[in-house]
Design a protein around this ligand. Structure first.
Ligand code: ZN
Length: 435
């Protein structure tokens, strides 16, 4: 099958040359178009003319979510308003949401590489793609939709949730590709199994994003969908949206679009770049993004660069599937939970200490996630008060985070303390052999 959306470079040298031009363009564009970037670059003593090699990337200052919030509602804007044609936003549970602006070229670029993601997953114009993700201001639905139409496949824009409607569409339209979060895919797989309609469903590929998944969960989804092939699709709103790469057809890595952005992996504490193969925080720099370019943007996602050529023959560079978050944010049954929101809840309950641990696990049989919150009681609190403390904590978690935890209250001073940031989130859902 001819690859329409393949990158134009043929080897590592051509890619590096393309990347250098993109980096030079981005630094100059940001410097000239955005007062925020100009100030930041001047502070760091960077003259756009001085970017001569890809190694100069390491001299550039970092950006992060704080810069997005400070610049609300049009952060990092580097073009005049007449060139901006759309905004998208992602949910922010602390403070303002993240809003990103797009020029028409930004949308065209996103559409192009999203089509490439579908193409790499083997989707063709004959496929019918049921898109069961959120539409509207969120990037997900729009990205899946534009890429699908660009490829020439038939889009079924079902939107998220609504299991009955999804099943009806799967049966009536004979959808061959199903796009959703991993949890939604599992829910659908179980529903198909429950209704005994597997032989009437023709889904051959499941493309899922925005959530981590274990090997057992993947196996279960594939099996109950009648042997469908699974593709993890990464992405983030700041970097256009979903579709910034896709799981390799050989299923041992994520290929990412090195012709659209540079990817570094750094130590989240020291911010020093790590050698290939080491786990750290993913930092991205865009090469042609106009409205809101990113320069060394800290994504907080934990991954690693996988060096060397891929068995599938693609020359696109690769990274591991996202393993976690450097800021301890975690996703539980579709809800993003920030450590700060747990701090806030615990501080509302007199009698509890501030030290806690979150243990996440997944039941292998049902595939359901379980959250156990271990929290210290305050100094001098009697044992007799424990049942009430447990009840209050569970109630507030439910009310404010829509999460039903198992709560355990332990002795004051019994949880480990460290001078550096204590590890508080233990995610056992991800004992995962897929890189
Ligand atoms: Zn590959």
């Amino acid at each position: 099958m001819p690859r329409t959306f393949s990158p134009s470079f043929r080897n590592a040298r051509e890619l590096a040359s393309h990347q250098l031009k993109g980096l030079q363009w981005t630094v100059r564009h940001a410097f000239e178009g955005s007062s925020f970037y100009r100030e930041r670059l001047e502070e760091a003593g960077i003259d756009p003319e001085s970017i001569r090699s890809l190694d100069d990337l390491r001299r550039l200052p970092f950006t992060d979510t704080d810069d997005l919030r400070d610049g609300y509602p049009f952060p990092l804007r580097a073009v005049p308003f007449e060139q901006i044609v759309r905004i998208h936003a992602s949910s922010g549970t602390t403070g303002k949401r993240k809003v990103l602006a797009y020029t028409q070229k930004d949308l065209d670029d996103w559409t192009h590489f999203f089509a490439r993601a579908y193409e790499m997953a083997g989707v063709t114009p004959l496929d019918r793609v049921q898109i069961a993700v959120g539409y509207g201001v969120w990037t997900a639905g729009m990205g899946f939709q534009l890429g699908c139409e660009k490829l020439g496949a038939l889009a079924v824009p079902a939107g998220p949730g609504n299991v009955d409607l999804q099943i009806e569409f799967l049966l009536d339209f004979q959808s061959t590709v199903f796009c959703s979060t991993a949890s939604m895919a599992l829910l659908m797989a179980e529903e198909i199994h429950h209704r005994g309609i597997a032989d009437r469903i023709h889904v051959r590929k499941v493309i899922y994003g925005s959530e981590r998944s274990s090997v057992s969960m993947r196996q279960k989804i594939s099996e109950l969908f009648g042997g469908a092939e699974l593709f993890d699709i990464p992405g983030l709103t700041e970097l256009y949206g979903p579709g910034t790469g896709i799981e390799c057809p050989d299923h041992d890595c994520i290929h990412y679009w090195g012709d659209y952005y540079l990817l570094e992996v750094v130590d989240p504490e020291t911010l020093r770049p790590l050698p290939d193969g080491e786990w750290g925080e993913m930092v991205v720099t865009t090469l042609c993004k106009e409205a809101a370019p990113l320069i060394r943007y800290r994504t907080r996602d934990i991954t690693r660069i996988i060096p060397g050529p891929c068995t599938c023959g693609s020359i696109l560079p690769r990274h591991s599937r996202i393993k976690g978050r450097s800021d301890d944010t975690f996703k539980f049954r579709g809800v993003n939970i920030y450590p700060s929101s747990i701090d806030t809840i615990l501080s509302q309950i007199p009698g509890l200490g501030s030290e806690y641990q979150v243990h996440l696990s997944r039941d292998a049989e049902s595939g359901r996630d379980h959250l156990r919150l271990v929290v210290e009681r305050g100094a001098g609190i009697e044992r007799g008060q424990l049942p009430q403390l447990i009840q209050d904590t569970a109630h507030l978690m439910k009310k404010q985070l829509m999460v039903t935890p198992e709560v355990e209250v332990v002795e004051y001073g019994s949880l480990p303390r460290s001078e550096k940031k204590s590890r508080r989130v233990f995610d056992e859902r991800l004992e995962d052999s897929v890189v």
